[in-house]
Design a protein around this ligand. Structure first.
Ligand code: CO
Length: 429
């Protein structure tokens, strides 16, 4: 197995919730000597230093301070959340069986969550002698299952059945005597009295590499952990240039990005300002020569349903990263920012593809346009081509994951200088 794919799978298999994804990234960064800074402290940054900060336990920004005064920031943003189910307060539903009350988080393909082992992960808030503390929790066993109704009782199950999340999607945890046992298990793991929780269902199936030539990878949350990892690896592998590299991982993209740690928050703008203050750089001048790659997975041409794709802009899995275009700005790419990413892919020697929604289909949007409201810099929307977006187990190509790392390493090694009509990419222009 390619070491990049082994590392990607390690990340995917460890990231059972947003908190666990950020925890894994934090471990990766601190193992490389990155120093944590905190928003409540004053920052003392040294040229050549590498830093990260975390907001809310579920969003992260990492950056490096170049040895010489940089021209601007080269940034990427991706998201660590996924559509899933969140455990409610007062979650025990009693009866002949015990079930859990859950609420939908984001828009998932509901049918994919049925008839497979599930568990719970996230964080709990516990009371301590000093106040409150959040702790990571992962019930690392097959714990729950959402059972289908047999075809003999639901003859429409193959005819476009409409799932009702309040009825059809409640997970089973045990028999009539199971009430109270989950609370006990959570308290044991957390090591204290629980005052609140942010716990999400996750599927127990680990990532898989498959296909006649092992060309595909399937996992939970490829949207968007595949881009999170590819951007992070590119960020870590890049060579020092005269631009300051910044890696952003946001939460809440699947529910509109408007949280304290989403792309709609001040997390990135505050951080860039703080970096400039601490390093003695002019914030506005830095912004004027900055660039953002908004990385979120894209729809690949479906093998059984090619009719959903735009004729000439229909990316396939294995064809390389995708630049996403939409003239109504669901995606931020324009001819200049798209051209820059195309050039980056050529420099990294990886293929690149383009995506448009089919003209009569609404399609999706992503965090790039939301981030722009806070940090207005030229932006390109990209992603890796995948199938079954928002199923609980999604599919993409192994080669594309490797290509994204290379492309992002090339991108993060750029020196960007804004000209009147374009960008100068040379170190000593
Ligand atoms: Co996404």
């Amino acid at each position: 197995m390619n070491p990049s794919i082994t590392a990607l799978r390690g990340f995917l298999d460890a990231s059972h919730s947003v908190y666990h994804a950020i925890d894994h990234l934090e471990k990766t960064l601190s193992a490389r000597g990155y120093v944590r800074v905190r928003e409540q402290d004053s920052w003392d940054l040294t040229p050549g230093g590498a830093y990260y900060l975390i907001r809310g336990g579920c969003a992260l920004i990492a950056f490096r301070v170049p040895r010489k005064h940089p021209q601007g920031f080269v940034m990427s943003a991706s998201h660590c959340d996924r559509p899933c189910f969140k455990l409610k307060e007062n979650f025990t539903l009693t009866g002949p069986y015990t079930r859990l009350g859950v609420e939908r988080y984001g828009g998932m393909i509901m049918s994919t969550w049925l008839d497979r082992p599930l568990s719970l992960a996230g964080r709990v808030t516990v009371e301590t002698d000093r106040g409150l503390e959040t702790r990571l929790v992962d019930i690392d066993k097959d714990l729950l299952l959402i059972p289908s109704v047999a075809i003999h009782m639901n003859r429409q199950c193959n005819d476009g059945y409409k799932w009702n999340p309040a009825v059809d999607l409640l997970p089973l945890i045990g028999g009539k005597d199971a009430a109270g046992k989950l609370e006990k298990l959570l308290e044991e793991q957390a090591g204290g009295r629980i005052l609140g929780h942010d716990l999400y269902l996750y599927i127990r199936q680990k990532s898989s590499v498959w296909g006649i030539d092992d060309e595909y990878i399937s996992s939970a949350a490829l949207d968007d952990l595949q881009c999170v990892w590819g951007c992070a690896q590119g960020f870590l592998q890049a060579e020092e240039s005269s631009s300051a590299p910044v890696l952003c991982v946001f939460d809440s993209e699947e529910v509109g990005s408007c949280s304290v740690q989403g792309a709609g928050s001040t997390f990135l703008s505050n951080t860039l300002e703080r970096i400039c203050q601490a390093a003695g750089w002019d914030f506005q001048r830095m912004l004027a020569q900055s660039f953002l790659v908004s990385a979120d997975n894209a729809h690949a041409l479906h093998p059984n349903h090619p009719e959903y794709a735009d004729g000439a802009n229909a990316p396939v899995m294995g064809g390389g990263p995708v630049i996403k275009f939409n003239s109504n700005l669901s995606y931020c790419t324009d001819g200049l920012t798209g051209g820059l990413f195309r050039k980056v892919c050529a420099m990294a020697d990886v293929p690149v593809q383009t995506y448009y929604n089919r003209g009569d289909l609404p399609g999706g949007s992503t965090l790039g346009r939301i981030s722009l409201a806070q940090v207005s810099v030229p932006t390109v929307d990209i992603g890796l081509p995948q199938l079954a977006m928002h199923a609980c187990f999604e599919t993409a190509a192994v080669s594309d994951a490797i290509a994204l790392e290379k492309a992002m390493a090339a991108y993060y090694s750029l020196t960007l200088r804004a000209g009147d009509h374009g960008w100068d990419l040379t170190e000593n222009g």
